[in-house]
Design a protein around this ligand. Structure first.
Ligand SMILES: *Cc1c(COP(=O)(O)O)cnc(C)c1O
Length: 399
């Protein structure tokens, strides 16, 4: 079923205020999500924070339904999910735990479009353990070359860790083909899915990843300060989380502790329960629209925008990849990306600029300092694309 755009917009209060093409930064929350967050905050104020949490969970620090919603969203078991405050924490909990087992000469394979925070963690780990970080080259379309990856596999490769959709462009890396290589070789596979979950169907089983990290505020349309980790049991049991608290482990005797049996060993005790109630609502809302319908609509809008930008003199579309998504990036001759962003902001249009500091390898290779990033979601419209193009022309002409 196609998306009912009028309904989607009526259920998104921000649509009336702003033309929002910054969904890869933080999408506009649906009314249902906003109400859930406010409602829970009110409940905390009226009956107490622990007591309010017991209404949405089995104990004073959980939102029980959220684990089922996430499990449905990415096709996993609820025991394979840890909920944390952002995707970086999810990623670091898994990466630093696993990489603590690395020895000098062990290899991490990653992609050219890798996200800065992840790459900084590789560099720090290389410094600490003597492991080496190697970048799998991209193919002629700009996606990670699966053939090159296959050629790089040997028994020193201890991790394949890539970004599915980079922060700086419309590229979609071939996650499932990478998963096939990883599975055949028996190598742990960590997928940063921050920009893909919420804009396309995701199935960890079909992809074949062992670890998946996700944020709530981007294409999922959840509240800020939310994220989660998927980790499969086999890989989970190979290492301990880098830090533990009395939620991740139980202090069983004066000298011993026992880890939680499930993925929640990667969590810590205190949660922003109101935000998690909101995230649960956001995921249910996405599932009600259907991720296939969302995917189709997002791609349609992004392709439309890309086509119009490409036909505009002085504008260069910068997206790579055989498969693309809702993130549209471009540069304008003679103008910096912040200039374009500020100019559009004066027309009540939200975009952002993505700089070399987020994705250095890819940007350096393409000789780019920054790009303008216009990221669309299903509630955006063709009419908004028209208004965007008019405003961009005005900004380029200096009006
Ligand atoms: C936004 C982003 C992150 C970080 O997510 P947080 O929730 O801010 O920690 C990681 N990887 C990619 C590709 C991103 O776009």
């Amino acid at each position: 079923m196609p998306i009912d755009i009028d309904k989607a917009r009526a259920e998104t209060p921000g649509c009336e205020k702003v033309l929002h093409f910054n969904n890869a930064g933080a999408a506009l929350m649906p009314a249902r999500v906003i109400d859930a967050v406010k409602g829970h905050t009110d409940l905390e104020a009226m009956i107490g924070g622990y007591e309010a949490a017991e209404r949405v969970g089995e104990s004073s620090n959980e939102v029980t339904a959220l684990y089922d919603s996430i499990a449905q969203l990415i096709n996993c078991n609820r025991h394979e999910v840890a909920v944390v405050e952002n995707a970086t924490v999810a990623w670091c909990q898994a990466f630093y735990g696993l990489s603590a087992t690395f020895e000098p000469g062990d290899r991490i394979l990653t992609a050219e479009a890798e996200y800065s925070s992840n790459y900084i963690a590789y560099l720090q780990t290389a410094k600490k353990t003597g492991c080496v970080v190697e970048v799998v080259p991209s193919d002629e379309t700009g996606q990670l070359s699966v053939a090159a990856l296959e050629n790089m596999i040997d028994d020193r490769v201890k991790l394949i860790s890539v970004t599915h959709v980079p922060t700086n462009g419309g590229l979609v890396n071939p996650a499932a083909e990478i998963g096939r290589v990883a599975r055949n070789a028996g190598i742990p596979y960590l997928l940063d899915a921050c920009q893909s979950v919420g804009q396309m169907p995701m199935d960890v089983d079909a992809i074949g990843c062992d670890i998946l990290t996700v944020t709530g505020r981007k294409y999922l349309r959840g509240p800020r300060g939310t994220g989660f980790l998927y980790i499969g049991g086999e890989v989970m049991n190979r290492f301990e989380p880098p830090f533990l608290d009395n939620h991740a482990a139980r202090w069983t005797t004066p000298d011993t502790y026992e880890l939680r049996p499930d993925a929640r060993r990667f969590e810590n005790w205190e949660f922003n329960i109101a935000a998690l109630v909101g995230l649960d609502e956001a995921i249910r809302y996405a599932l009600e629209w259907g991720l296939d319908a969302i995917h189709e609509r997002v791609n349609h809008l992004a392709d439309t925008l890309r086509g119009q930008l490409a036909a505009t003199p002085g504008v260069t579309v910068r997206d790579l990849g055989a498969e693309t998504c809702g993130i549209v990036t471009f540069t304008v001759d003679g103008r910096t990306s912040p200039e374009i962003r500020h100019g559009l902001a004066e027309h009540a249009i939200n975009v952002t600029d993505s700089t070399i500091f987020s994705t250095r390898l890819d940007m350096q290779r393409r000789d780019l300092e920054s790009v303008v990033r216009a990221s669309v979601h299903y509630y955006n419209t063709e009419n908004e694309i028209e208004r965007f193009m008019d405003a961009l022309s005005a900004v380029i002409k200096g009006k």
